[in-house]
Write a protein that binds this ligand. Structure first.
Ligand code: PEP
Length: 248
């Protein structure tokens, strides 16, 4: 059975103090959530948020990492550091990383492998741009992202992999994919997972939808059979709104 997962991507928002306030406000509001609840603050707020989340049902993720364990990579963060802090999840391949930091499927594949090697649970993001959707190549783009980002991982515990389908045109735009479109693409991702990870993992892997998810549209999305949860950006910055999403 796939346990629903609702993850908040706080992006480059909230000082450590504000992040602490947000997680503290969230704790009582989501304590009865049936879904697994994850928040992903910035690196500099991780420590405070982890401490505050201890003993609650809120889990903590990072928003990125480098694929190497250590070395001369100025400004980068190693999976070893995240693991040492007890970070559980890490978002990888977010479209903003692909767009602004030119992350390729090959680089993201290295990051997924490294996360799994160190026992972190990757939330792998895939999604097409508006131009790609309009050209009718959504499935080609998504198929390639899934296959390349999840290539050659057989030696790792792949049960920890989470995939997030985030159409780029729906992120931060207020434009949500219809529940039918989201369900169709997520169903397609599950078929691709069958080819890369095998039948059992394709059935068990959680695939989230992300892109302008709000308390007003979460329920209809969660009613769709293929959608196992949500990766939430803007709406995760407000405790009351994110809690409503988490307890949908
Ligand atoms: C995201 O960045 O992962 C996201 C889904 O953002 P938003 O909810 O703001 O569209």
């Amino acid at each position: 059975m796939r346990v629903p997962l609702i993850a908040g991507n706080w992006k480059m928002n909230k000082t450590p103090k504000e992040a602490l306030e947000l997680v503290n406000a969230l704790k009582p509001l989501v304590q009865n959530a049936a879904a697994e609840v994850v928040v992903c603050p910035t690196f500099v707020a991780l420590s405070d948020v982890l401490k505050a989340a201890e003993g609650s049902n809120i889990k903590v993720g990072a928003q990125n990492m480098y694929h190497q364990d250590s070395g001369a990579y100025t400004g980068e963060i190693s999976p070893v550091f995240l693991k040492a802090m007890n970070v559980e999840f890490v978002i990888l391949g977010h479209s903003e990383r692909r767009q602004y930091f030119l992350e390729s499927n090959e680089e993201i594949n290295k990051k997924v492998a490294s996360a799994l090697k160190h026992g972190l649970k990757p939330i792998l993001c895939v999604g097409e741009t508006l131009e790609e959707r309009e050209k009718g190549i959504t499935f080609d783009v998504i198929g390639e992202q899934v296959k390349k980002c999840l290539a050659d991982l057989q030696q790792y515990n792949l049960e920890d992999v989470v995939v997030a389908y985030e159409p780029v045109w729906a992120i931060g735009t207020g434009r949500t994919a219809t529940k039918e479109d989201a369900n169709e693409v997520i169903g397609f991702i599950r078929q691709q997972l069958k080819e890369v990870l095998g039948e059992k993992l394709s059935v068990n892997t959680r695939i989230l939808y992300g892109g302008s998810v709000k308390s007003s549209n979460i329920r209809e999305l969660m009613e769709m059979p293929e959608i196992d949860g949500a990766l939430v950006g803007g709406a995760s910055l407000d405790a009351a709104e994110f809690a409503k999403i988490a307890i949908y």
